[in-house]
Design a protein around this ligand. Structure first.
Ligand code: ZN
Length: 681
């Protein structure tokens, strides 16, 4: 039976009478905590409310409930907990497992609610079922403390109902305990500064959460299914294959101190670094880990399956008939995710909708392609490294032959995944003019299937023309134009900035930012439309309001580098709801607003300057003009805001964009002028 916290009389209102407020952080209007430690008979509380430092000490006998509308409610009379012993559990009818919450408390709650682990009021309703958190509650997100306190109390509720919550430690738990705070959300940094306390001290042995975390295992076993954050490498298992000893070794030696890296043969350093159970990523390597390897590991551990997190996937991935289950379904991005559900001796992927999909079932409409995955990652979250023979690429770029390469994706400098791919140059002018051409990347379909990706197996990437600051800005400007068109037309092609490293013979040769652009195939599928490859389409044949959107945009960005007749830098598309074709622009590197060094005015239009604005649309009526001006006026704030938020642009380029757009708005709102200029041409 769970005591209701509401029955307790003394609330934080009384605690607050004892509060001292010092060191107010007025700049940051945020909430954090509570951080609680128990010393003798005193309970010491620290928290941040509305950016202000708060602390208070209460006697155990007087302690009731900590309540603050934006912070977790804590039953202060219930802060004791049982230490987790290691037990191999069996005959468990059902469990739900997930990993890598990384502070995404709200999404986490939604996911376990959908699987009826908790009810509407977040109370345990899973009976004697088990909930397994496979590491990495800490870092990245903003609701780490909420997640920890929630699990602290849920564990007691589960226990009282014959169920069990397993909180297994991940590498990010260890990082925070070791005061490696590279990945904490800035708000936790402010808290640390405001209390003048190193962040790890909020989780010291004396604190409730700190000692609770130190009582946790790194691995467990339920019905002969092992759970661990990273994975068990063969190297580790050959030295030590007892789950019990592995847990004890972490508890005794590794939670507070880092082993010396140089004792290479020692168990401690083996457990702590790349091959250690909280860091290992070997299972997610499509070319380096096969069924034989899996069987070997399972035999060494004497289990039938292993469930791991740590390596982010677009969804839960089952390998080798559920022998290995990769369950980090990218909850950390806070958008979507899945949980592993085990019931009736079967593994399922539990969806946010509550639906279950057989874990081995690879068909899933929700699964993403590499491009969709890239598109959804947070800005600056991903680095892509490409290793290939760069001399060969540059030498042959005109002929566009494919050549072998390796692609490695990193999240926040952690190694993530690696693929053998092939790539080639593409693009018309750029491959001639630029040192590095735009690229097309081709994955082997089976290496994508292996990791749960689905859909397009190609990527298109645009690189800065050359490795200079100026060209990097040029690329940013072109990318920004794509983002501006997204504001105008929902049918715009999608793009995403990504940091890239090009490596040749082990040496990093280029490091810059490029952008990925959706392929035609994926664009068609996403929008449920067809790109028209053949036939002559003139401006007269295109849906009028779409044509005007397009022509006005090209006018705004001073782009003349397009032609319907040659299908140059335009896609004609056929949508279900329209009888006539629509048009979508791409490739903006010759636009006046982008103003690339290599761009020249278009000869056949008789242009003298690149930055000439030409309105290339015929027979526009006054009514059409009025309605398109109205549409653009309604988008003005959004366009200017998109530019304001483009922090990758330097000051000079940003203000040039702003003044170009502002000038465009002046012109289109001067009725007298446009009547003369645009109408009945
Ligand atoms: Zn991890």
């Amino acid at each position: 039976m769970m005591k209701s916290m509401w029955n307790l009389v003394l609330t934080i209102l009384i605690l607050c009478a004892l509060c001292s407020s010092s060191n107010a952080q007025k700049k940051h209007n945020y909430y954090d905590g509570p951080y609680i430690s128990v010393k003798g008979d005193d309970i010491k509380l620290q928290w941040i409310a509305n950016g202000k430092v708060k602390d208070s000490t209460v006697h155990k006998n007087a302690a009731t409930t900590f309540k603050n509308h934006r912070l977790p409610t804590i039953d202060l009379s219930n802060l004791d907990f049982k230490k987790d012993a290691f037990i191999r559990y069996d005959s468990v009818d059902q469990f739900v497992a997930l990993s890598d919450i990384h502070g995404q408390y709200d999404l986490f709650i939604k996911l376990i609610k959908a699987q009826k682990v908790i009810d509407e009021n977040n109370n345990w309703i899973y009976g004697d079922g088990h909930l397994v958190i496979v590491g990495d509650i800490f870092d990245r997100g903003k609701k780490v403390i909420e997640t920890l306190w929630f699990l602290f109390f849920l564990e007691k509720q589960a226990e009282a109902n014959g169920g069990k919550v397993h909180v297994l430690l991940g590498n990010h738990e260890l990082m925070v305990l070791h005061n490696d705070v590279r990945y904490i959300d800035p708000k936790y940094r402010y808290t640390s500064g405001a209390f003048k306390t190193p962040y790890n001290e909020f989780f010291s042995q004396e604190t409730v959460l700190g000692s609770w975390l130190r009582s946790k295992n790194i691995c467990t076993s339920i019905n002969d299914i092992a759970f661990v954050h990273g994975g068990f490498s063969k190297k580790v298992l050959e030295k030590e294959n007892s789950l019990k000893i592995l847990n004890q070794t972490f508890k005794d030696n590794l939670l507070d101190t880092e082993p010396e890296q140089n004792e290479e043969d020692g168990l401690l350093s083996l457990l702590f670094f790349d091959n250690g159970p909280l860091w290992y990523r070997g299972y997610a390597d499509p070319s380096g880990f096969n069924l034989e390897n899996a069987n070997e590991i399972l035999n060494l551990l004497n289990v039938r399956s292993i469930v791991v997190g740590h390596t982010s996937m677009p969804r839960i991935v089952s390998l080798h008939n559920n022998k290995i289950l990769l369950i980090d379904s990218s909850i950390k991005f806070g958008k979507t995710g899945e949980v592993l559900v085990y019931r009736d001796s079967t593994f399922y992927r539990g969806q946010l909708s509550g639906d279950l999909i057989l874990a081995e079932d690879k068909t899933n409409e929700d699964s993403s392609s590499p491009f969709q995955y890239i598109y959804n990652v947070g800005d600056k979250d991903l680095v892509i490294k490409i290793i290939t023979d760069l001399d060969e690429l540059i030498e042959n770029k005109e002929y566009e032959p494919y050549q072998p390469a390796q692609l490695i994706a990193y999240h926040n400098s952690e190694f993530n995944r690696s693929w053998d791919i092939r790539l080639r140059a593409r693009g018309n002018m750029r491959k001639k003019i630029c040192h590095l051409p735009p690229l097309k990347i081709d994955f082997k379909k089976n290496t994508l299937d292996y990791l749960g990706f689905q859909g397009g197996d190609k990527l298109k990437v645009v690189l800065p023309c050359n490795d200079t600051r100026n060209y990097q800005q040029g690329l940013y400007k072109e990318y920004l134009v794509y983002k501006l068109y997204e504001q105008i037309d929902s049918l715009a092609l999608r793009t995403k900035l990504i940091d890239l490293v090009f490596e040749d013979n082990g040496k990093a040769k280029y490091e810059f930012t490029g952008f990925f652009i959706e392929t035609e195939e994926e664009y068609q599928e996403r929008n449920d439309l067809t790109i028209l490859e053949k036939g002559i389409i003139t401006s007269g044949g295109i849906e009028r309001s779409n044509l005007l959107k397009f022509a006005f945009f090209q006018y705004m960005i001073m782009n003349n580098d397009w032609s319907f007749y040659n299908r140059h830098n335009v896609e004609f598309i056929k949508c279900k709801n329209y009888k006539v074709p629509l048009v979508v622009p791409y490739d903006f590197d010759y636009a006046g607003i982008v103003n690339q060094d290599y761009a020249m005015p278009t000869d056949n239009l008789g242009m003298k300057h690149l930055r000439e604005a030409n309105f290339r649309c015929k027979d526009v009526t006054i009514e059409e003009m009025k309605s398109i001006v109205e549409l653009y006026n309604s988008k003005k704030d959004a366009l200017l805001k998109t530019v304001e938020n483009a922090n990758y642009l330097d000051k000079r380029n940003k203000s040039q964009f702003l003044s170009d757009i502002t000038r465009f708005y002046k012109k289109i709102n001067d009725e007298g002028k446009w009547k003369k200029k645009f109408l009945n041409k």
